[in-house]
Ligand binder design. Structure first.
Ligand code: NDP
Length: 249
């Protein structure tokens, strides 16, 4: 019960890493607001958590929409009375070297992956202040630490998340609000299937890890659990790299 009494809002929670975080946080005692644009899938995950004895509600949230954010935070507070934890997990990936990236594609990736994190942070901090503190967990990527061979705009958007996290950390530390980024390597989710659509590309992703495997959504959820819990009370502005050793070499 590492999150007993805490309320968490998780974006992109209908599937993949967000759903794994929602399930794990609920198992550890948190009340969870699952947010996504995939309403049917998100509602199903919330129902599954509730059936297992957890507290969970689903809200529709397009992270690029400021009004949706206000409504999602209001829904967290009206359902569970406060907000302690925000996991900015929703993200999209699109392939493209610089010359193959249209300005629309750039805007889409920056909109969801970077602006979405900014809007979420802005919407959540006033409620965290009222709660006396909080933890913002931003899901970046190893592509936010080093350049990407496949997607220039994705990498740029994840780099923006890395430094927005540090600014958030230093600007709100005095109020007990922590902010940290997680940098997953290759993780087995629907997005993973887009990034390595065939056996060869998957094998080469495995080959870039030192631990010789693709990670699981659960591998990331455990990192997020640590950053969400009070066990990480001295941790802010940090980068938790969970990549099987990909960027260590
Ligand atoms: P998934 O694609 O499986 O899940 C992402 C979820 O976010 C989907 O439900 C998706 O819905 C949702 N989403 C997309 N756009 C929005 C939006 N505008 N508003 C709200 N929700 C939205 O991916 P993962 O679980 O793998 O990814 C989670 C995070 O981890 C992302 O930020 C990703 O960039 C990051 N990451 C993933 C890695 C991997 O290898 N899988 C590696 C490194 C980082 P929809 O289907 O409509 O897009």
């Amino acid at each position: 019960m590492r999150l007993q009494g805490k309320v968490a809002l998780i974006t992109g929670a209908a599937r993949g890493q967000g759903a794994a975080e929602a399930r794990l946080f609920a198992q550890e005692g948190a009340k969870v607001v699952l947010a996504d644009v995939l309403d049917q899938e998100g509602t199903a995950v919330a129902a599954e958590i509730a059936e297992a004895g957890g507290d969970a509600v689903y809200v529709h949230l397009d992270v690029t929409n400021e009004d949706d954010w206000d409504a999602a935070v209001r829904s967290a507070v009206s359902s569970f009375e406060k907000l302690d934890i925000l996991v900015n997990n929703a993200g999209i990936w699109r392939k493209g070297h610089v010359l193959e990236t249209s300005s629309e594609q750039w805007d889409d990736l920056m909109g969801v992956n970077a602006k979405g994190v900014f809007l979420g942070t802005k919407a959540a901090i006033p409620e965290m202040r009222k709660a006396g503190g909080g933890s913002v967990i931003n899901i970046s990527s190893t592509a936010g630490l080093v350049g990407s061979r496949t997607s220039a705009a994705y990498s740029a958007s994840k780099g923006a998340v890395r430094l927005l996290t540090k600014s958030t950390a230093i600007q709100y530390a005095a109020e007990g609000i922590r902010a940290n980024s997680i940098h997953p390597g290759p993780i087995d989710t629907d997005m993973g299937d887009q990034v390595w659509p065939d056996a060869d590309s998957r094998e080469s992703a495995v080959g870039r890890t030192a631990l010789a495997r693709i990670g699981t959504a659960q591998d990331i959820a455990y990192g997020a659990l640590y950053l969400a819990s009070d066990e990480s009370s001295f941790v802010t502005g940090s980068e938790l790299v969970i990549d099987g050793g990909s960027t260590a070499q």
